[in-house]
Design a protein around this ligand. Structure first.
Ligand code: NAD
Length: 296
């Protein structure tokens, strides 16, 4: 295996479902980590990230419990702490699954990413080359996708998605880091819509949702059939959607609908009306305290 990327200090952009957990994972591996999000609307500098960090400390088993390895975790926002990025060797972007928002953020942070540092996106399936278009050439060579699965501390797989400009040395160093420091098994995926895991997984979720409706089944019945009964105790369809976040799922579905018009299964690539209605109400799943299972 190649020499792992040396990561003494990392930054995670986005303190939501994935960003907060990826930060915890890095901290558990002994890496000092800066966790960024937008400043809170009430003027408090780090409210979103503070909440994320407080939440992580309560998780069981506590992600920060390995005192022998624990790095330091610091809360930051883009308005006040961008200079903290300068000292980071690895920056993982995990903000909402929107091409325009990710590009706008890259535009804002690119000038603060150290000349040697690697920038990786945790996108579920947006185009890596398309996202890279806003980056300066030198950073484009140090940019790629690293798709962690949810929950990232327990899911061993990570997809590594090179862009056409990503340097082979960066990929090899990152792969070795993911394996040796974070304990991941790495699969290379091509820069195609939703890569491998979500292209298969989200299609399977959507067709299950469609047939559940068609056969008049309850969510719990469909989950019993698509979960424990086939040896997947924790990954039943509707419960997984609540854990992922219904808005995030809808964004991923939209990527498939927009980018795969000729796919033979294209008619399944749409967010069901009942799910869109939950999103409109803010019932986004576990992160919102209400979703498919728990009503608002
Ligand atoms: P989330 O909704 O939980 O969190 C998104 C974060 O992005 C929030 O903290 C929000 O404040 C921030 N944000 C929103 N708009 C922003 C903007 N314009 N600029 C900067 N920050 C902004 O989302 P998530 O589930 O953590 O997903 C983050 C990324 O990880 C997405 O690309 C998603 O597709 C991917 N992903 C999600 C899962 C999952 O199961 N949820 C799994 C793998 C990958």
């Amino acid at each position: 295996m190649s020499k792992p990327l040396t990561v003494r200090r990392a930054a995670v952009l986005g303190a939501g479902v994935m960003g907060a957990q990826i930060a915890a994972h890095l901290v558990n591996a002994g890496i000092d980590t800066v966790l960024f999000d937008l400043p809170a609307k009430d003027g408090k500098p780090n409210a979103i990230v503070d909440k994320a960090i407080a939440g992580l400390a309560k998780l069981s088993p506590a992600p920060l419990a390995r005192k022998d390895l624990a790095g330091e975790i610091v809360a930051a926002n883009y308005d006040q702490h961008l200079d903290l990025l300068d000292g980071c060797d690895l920056v993982i972007e995990a903000i909402a699954e929107r091409m325009d928002w990710k590009k706008a953020l890259y535009d804002r942070v690119a000038g603060h990413i150290a000349p040697h540092a690697v920038l990786a996106t945790n996108t579920s399936g947006l185009g890596i080359d398309e996202l890279a278009k806003v980056l300066p050439d030198a950073l484009r060579a140090r940019y790629c996708g690293v798709h962690f699965f949810n929950p990232p501390r327990y899911m061993h797989l990570a997809e590594l998605i090179p862009g056409s400009a990503t340097s082979p040395e960066v990929l090899e160093g990152l792969e070795a880091f993911l394996v040796s420091a974070l304990g991941k098994g790495v699969v290379y995926a091509r820069d195609t819509p939703n890569f491998i895991g979500n292209r298969i997984g989200v299609f399977s979720m959507l067709s299950t949702m469609h047939h559940t409706r068609e056969f008049g089944l309850g969510f719990d019945v469909a989950d019993a059939l698509t979960g424990p009964a086939i040896g997947r105790p924790k990954s039943a369809t509707f419960r997984t959607a609540d854990v992922v976040g219904l808005d995030t799922l809808a964004h991923v579905v939209k990527t498939m609908a927009d980018t795969l018009p000729d796919d033979p299964w294209h008619r399944y690539f749409q967010t069901p009306d009942w799910l869109a209605a939950l999103i409109d109400k803010g019932a986004l799943g576990q992160k919102a305290g209400a979703g498919i299972y728990r009503k608002a």
